[in-house]
Design a binder for this molecule. Structure first.
Ligand code: SF4
Ligand code: SF4
Length: 223
């Protein structure tokens, strides 16, 4: 029996699917050296709100520094793109072989050769949820969606996720405007930008505690 539920880490919400530890999704297939990485082929983008959260504690500042020092990080004016591992040679060989995975609606097969810089094989994400991007915290793959979509709580999960994403976008727009007014951004002056983000009060979103969804073998129901 697996469960989907809401978890809040220091005010930062996420959806948890307990079956991720035994991921059998197509996205979870890894043809690169980093196996058992679930769907963490993704290269996360840390927005101003994520960075503001990190800037408020010593622990968060250490995480921020780790991200900033990644070998293939891209620092943009208002976000940090943490690029990870890509076995490009393996990918080229695979594409030339003509022997491709039946990946249904997944068109970009390079994902099978990629891994996020923070994923640990067989363990999962090494970042605390409070510092992960909302994309990471709210992603549910198609296989999980299929399992829970008949639950009476499913609609609430989708609706509340959309509402939260709109709020995150609003917060990021507001932070960008404040930086703009102060003629600052992460590329121009990283240190002063972090200092300013530390001084801006951090807004907390009151995410509702949705009903857990229990997935039994062969069917799903609202728990
Ligand atoms: S969300 Fe889906 S693809 Fe990602 S780890 Fe969980 S089961 Fe696997
Ligand atoms: S940051 Fe964590 S959850 Fe997000 S893709 Fe990387 S390992 Fe996965």
């Amino acid at each position: 029996m697996e469960i989907v539920y809401v978890s809040i880490d220091q005010g930062v919400p996420r959806y948890v699917y307990t079956g991720c530890k035994n991921c059998s999704s197509i996205m979870g297939i890894s043809l690169c050296s980093i196996k058992n990485r679930g769907c963490c082929y993704y290269y996360p983008r840390f927005t101003l709100l994520d960075i503001q959260r990190m800037a408020r504690s010593l622990e968060g500042l250490r995480v921020l520094e780790t991200i900033r020092r990644l070998p293939s990080v891209e620092i943009h004016p208002f976000e940090i793109h943490a690029k990870g591992y890509f076995d490009e040679e393996g990918y080229v060989r695979y594409m030339e072989s003509g022997n491709r995975i039946d990946a249904r609606d997944i068109r970009d097969h390079s994902i099978f050769f990629k891994a996020c810089p923070f994923v640990k094989s067989g363990y999962g994400c090494s970042l605390p949820p409070r510092y992960r991007s909302y994309v990471c915290n709210f992603f549910l793959c198609n296989e999980v969606i299929e399992k829970i979509k008949s639950s009476s709580s499913f609609e609430a999960y989708i609706k509340e996720r959309e509402r939260y994403v709109r709020w995150v976008e609003w917060e990021n727009t507001s932070l960008r405007e404040i930086l703009f007014e102060n003629k600052l951004d992460l590329v121009k002056d990283f240190k002063s930008t972090i200092k300013l983000l530390q001084d801006i009060p951090l807004n907390i979103y009151d995410f509702p505690q949705l009903q857990r969804i229990t997935i039994s073998a062969g069917f799903s129901r609202g728990a």
